[in-house]
Design a protein around this ligand. Structure first.
Ligand code: GRF
Length: 211
């Protein structure tokens, strides 16, 4: 059985989706850079070990990243999942965990990397929006894509309405992607994720739609 470290900064709804997905792991550990993150209480309510590495206590990004890596390495995780982790990680950190560091981003990458994705999607008038699980590389929100889920955008949507619609899909696809990784079903080749696709018409907006 493998072990999973989840990094959070806030609310923790994706964290909860991962915790309750019955993933094939022997342990989950949660680390937050934000002592007030409500996700910490969620983890604790499931008797999951939590740590806080407060970025404000470190002089610079490298010092914070080093402290974070030190804590992570105590657990020798097979996978590190960023779940609403709002700190940009430096190159050394990313290279150290390359190919076992994944993130969920609330847009259909490569559209709308960065912040405020739902506001920007509405401003651009896109008709389809969604979320992406991807490996983390040195270029922010640009790594190899594991799975995406798409949702319609309606003309009377507010950013909150759209965010909620996307978030429901995040909670479906993130556990799925993490499970695939832990089951060894994800192969990275030429900076792309290779999975055997199967056609499942009921999930036409999840691609690849493998159970
Ligand atoms: C999610 O929308 C996630 O895609 C983004 O930050 C948000 C975190 O929400 N990276 P939560 O903390 O998982 O509820």
């Amino acid at each position: 059985m493998q072990s999973l470290v989840i990094l959070i900064s806030g609310r923790g709804s994706n964290l909860q989706a991962l915790i309750t997905a019955n993933l094939p792991v022997k342990s989950i550990v949660v680390i937050s850079n934000n002592p007030s993150a409500s996700g910490l209480a969620i983890a604790q309510s499931y008797q999951i070990a939590t740590h806080v590495i407060d970025h404000r206590c470190y002089l610079d990004r490298d010092a914070f990243d080093a402290a974070l890596a030190k804590q992570i390495d105590r657990y020798q995780p097979d996978l590190i999942a960023l779940a609403g982790f709002m700190r940009i990680l430096g190159d050394n950190f990313i290279n150290r965990y390359r190919d076992r560091l994944i993130n969920i981003h609330p847009s259909l990458l490569p559209s709308f990397p960065g912040l405020n994705t739902h506001v920007r999607a509405l401003e651009r008038g896109v008709k389809i929006h969604g979320c992406t699980v991807h490996f983390v590389t040195n270029q922010l929100d640009h790594g190899p894509i594991v799975i995406q889920a798409a949702v319609p955008v309606f003309s009377d949507d507010t950013p909150d309405m759209l965010a909620n619609r996307v978030l429901k899909q995040e909670h479906l696809v993130y556990p799925k992607a993490v499970r695939w990784f832990l089951e060894g079903r994800i192969k990275l080749k030429d900076d792309q994720v290779k999975l055997a696709p199967t056609l499942n018409l009921n999930q036409a907006l999840h691609s690849p739609a493998i159970d």
